[in-house]
Write a protein that binds this ligand. Structure first.
Ligand code: GLY
Length: 349
């Protein structure tokens, strides 16, 4: 990282998940004096995340902004991963459906992904040629070659290895506080505290000698499930989605649903070693877009509310936060003040 600008006041980042640590890395590169604070670094949603860098497979109807943001961030990933020495899995993503209703869902997803230029429909045989471990009864799918993955835990290790994280803030005065605390915003967020809510995800990890070659996103009689293979044979099976007030806990029902759908998609799951079940809250927002930029309180900046897209959007978020500190840049669609302040015409957000 480059040397600290001696004239630059302290930037304090609350939250040492992938978002907070990525902001720390970018700000340090630009010469800011950065302090990262988290009593339990890397233990929130980043720890559970599957790590899909998958703008085309994760886009939902009515959310065109997230596709554009995801593509912009994906373009930053090779350099970002290279700096950190973290490998990307670039085989691509396969969408696969069991019955005709599931195939309709995939066609909708294909239409949304179209424009990436390289997405390609697959009939039953092409699907099994490409991913031989998939279930024989699958009806067809789509290949999304530009949808990659990364191991978020490897990323966390690389980021934490280059960042000192304090359990509590130092006594130094910070000119800027960046809030990157995941599914719960602290009091510093002022009137925006309630704009992020927890959306529970339960996720499994298994180990297999026959892992899928690609990330596989399946629709199994309407049930969605994804499989994300790692180089060492680990396969992540995810994830449930549930609005919840209670503390994050793995439920038997969640595990059952994931395993049942995943087994139809990938029969070798039967022989896989069960490694882990984890539950964490995703940071949801009212419009499913992140909050990146000024909170409306002087000196407070948000890097929050990334919902299903935190890993994908980490490098872009870091650049946007640093651009904001450098020259007040704010991305209008992500401006946190959309939930707190009515910006009158002519005002520059
Ligand atoms: N991005 C995957 C998930 O939220 O489950």
């Amino acid at each position: 990282m480059s040397s600290v600008r001696t004239t630059t006041p302290l930037v304090r980042i609350l939250g040492a998940g992938i978002i907070g640590l990525s902001c720390a890395e970018e700000l340090s590169r630009r010469g800011y004096d950065v302090e990262v604070v988290d009593p339990a670094p890397g233990s929130g949603a980043s720890y559970a995340a599957a790590g899909m860098l998958s703008p085309h497979a994760e886009v939902w109807h009515g959310e065109p902004e997230i596709l554009g943001l995801g593509r912009r961030s994906l373009a930053l990933w090779p350099a970002y991963a290279g700096r950190l020495g973290v490998s990307l899995h670039t085989a691509g993503t396969v969408l696969a459906g069991l019955d005709s209703g599931d195939l309709q869902e995939i066609e909708r997803q294909f239409a949304l992904a179209d424009g990436s230029g390289r997405a390609r429909p697959l009939d039953r045989r092409e699907l099994r040629d490409l991913e031989p471990g998939l279930g024989e009864r699958l009806a067809g799918g789509v290949l999304l070659p530009e949808d990659w993955s990364v191991d978020p835990r490897a990323l966390l290790r690389a980021l934490l290895a280059r960042t000192t994280v304090r359990a509590r803030p130092s006594g130094r005065a910070a000119a800027t506080t960046v809030l990157a605390t995941g599914a719960r915003l602290p009091a510093e967020a002022g009137g925006l505290v309630e704009s992020v809510r927890g959306v529970r995800g339960e996720i499994l990890r298994v180990r297999s000698t026959d892992p899928p070659l690609h990330t596989v996103r399946g629709w199994v009689r309407g049930e969605q499930v994804y499989l994300v293979p790692r180089a060492d044979g680990e396969v992540v099976v995810g994830a449930t989605t549930e609005e919840h007030e209670a503390p994050a806990a793995v439920t038997a029902g969640g595990v059952l649903r994931l395993l049942a759908a995943a087994r139809e998609l990938w029969p070798a799951l039967e022989r896989a070693e069960f490694v882990e079940a984890t539950a964490r809250d995703r940071p949801g927002t009212p419009d499913n877009l992140p909050l990146v930029g000024p909170a409306g309180t002087p000196g407070v900046v948000l890097a929050a509310g990334h919902f299903r897209h935190g890993v994908l959007l980490a490098p872009l978020t870091a650049v946007l936060v640093a651009d904001h500190l450098d020259h007040d840049h704010v991305e209008a669609a992500l401006d946190p003040r959309r939930f707190s302040v009515r910006i009158s015409e002519g005002d520059t957000p």
